[in-house]
Design a protein. Structure first.
Lengths: 162, 175
């Protein structure tokens, strides 16, 4: 009897250990399978890398940034950015490097220059138009005016007073 | 006058949308146009000889990025064969992110339209050329300046309306 009880305790313990191991290892292993863990010299470098991969567009799948995309090209460009960050390059240097090769479209946030003036300032021009239009609408004289006393009305009043 | 503003805005919007329909969003302007061809130092796909952009100085050269894993490359292959027949045009192929033997057997199977094929397993030359969709084709003038970039497979129409006139123009240019 005692022997069997001990066995049960051992079984329960084993299961508990298994569950604990499973719970402990699960998130770690899923993180590993997504991408090999990158090592940075400092937290600033890691933050810069994360910021940049979110800032640049994957040109293969144009509505995703480099961090989101699984495309081969995105992986290559993430590697390029990683190497550049490790070598101590700044955000602007890395952006210039990518723009020189892939053009402004690689930036999710388009730069303000002559061809993008309409893009950047167009909405404000439209807003200005809307404000002017709205102001004119409000400040114009009301179009509904009291009806002019007509002959028929005068006639009706006269009859009422009779 | 003011009551026509919404109508004008409406037609303006329709105009923009109509223009948007006729544009291909995957064709992006290359910042490399009118810049010197980005440098590379790559080995031939067939032997140990090495090439760089200076190897082709003084020649009008076409630089085609292809791979054995690229289906659209098969589509444009007949057009490359036609380009190969042009006198005074050097055809350079970049075997991009490929396996050496796969690249070689692809050329054996479909025919080699190139005068020179360089091999880039890592794809770093592709990044320097801003390649994001294979096949891509660059045309360089005699000074080694990028004059044209074509994204995606070359069609017969592209060949006749864009590439051939441009190549003739570049051939006529003095160095």
């Amino acid at each position: 009897m005692v022997n069997r009880k001990q066995q049960t305790v051992v079984h329960v313990l084993l299961i508990q250990v298994c569950v604990m191991l499973f719970v402990l290892l699960m998130p770690a292993s899923s993180a590993h399978s997504a991408e090999t863990v990158l090592k940075f010299d400092s937290d600033e470098q890691a933050a810069l890398y994360l910021r940049l991969t979110e800032e640049f567009r994957c040109l293969k799948c144009q509505n995703q940034n480099l961090a989101d995309s699984n495309a081969d090209l995105a992986q290559d460009l993430r590697n390029e950015i990683y190497d550049a960050v490790i070598n101590g390059q700044s955000r602007d240097e890395i952006a210039d490097y990518l723009v020189a090769r892939y053009g402004d479209f690689v930036l999710y946030r388009p730069p303000v220059k002559r061809v993008t003036y309409l893009l950047w300032f167009g909405p404000f021009v439209l807003l200005l138009f809307a404000i002017i239009g709205g102001w004119r609408l409000i400040s114009s004289k009301p179009t509904i005016t009291a009806p002019e006393p007509s002959e028929a009305l005068e006639d009706a009043r006269r009859r009422l007073n009779e | 006058m003011w009551k026509y503003i919404p109508l004008i805005l409406f037609f303006g919007l329709v105009g923009f949308l109509a223009r948007g329909l006729s544009l291909d969003p995957s064709e992006l302007p290359s910042p490399l146009i009118d810049k010197p061809a980005p440098t590379f130092q790559l080995q031939s796909l067939f032997d140990s000889s090495e090439y760089n952009p200076e190897s082709f100085t003084g020649e009008v050269w076409l630089f085609n990025v292809w791979a054995s894993w690229c289906r659209a490359c098969i589509t444009e292959h007949p057009e490359l064969e036609k380009l190969n027949k042009i006198e005074g045009l050097t055809m350079v192929g970049l075997n991009h992110k490929d396996v050496l033997d796969d690249g070689r057997s692809w050329l054996n199977r479909f025919g080699n339209p190139f005068d020179t094929v360089v091999f880039d397993q890592q794809g770093s030359t592709g990044i320097n050329y801003g390649v994001y969709g294979v096949p891509e084709t660059f045309i360089m003038d005699k000074k080694g300046v990028v004059r044209y970039k074509h994204i995606g497979p070359i069609s017969e129409e592209d060949l006749n309306t864009i590439l051939l006139p441009l190549i003739e123009q570049l051939k006529a240019e003095q160095v």
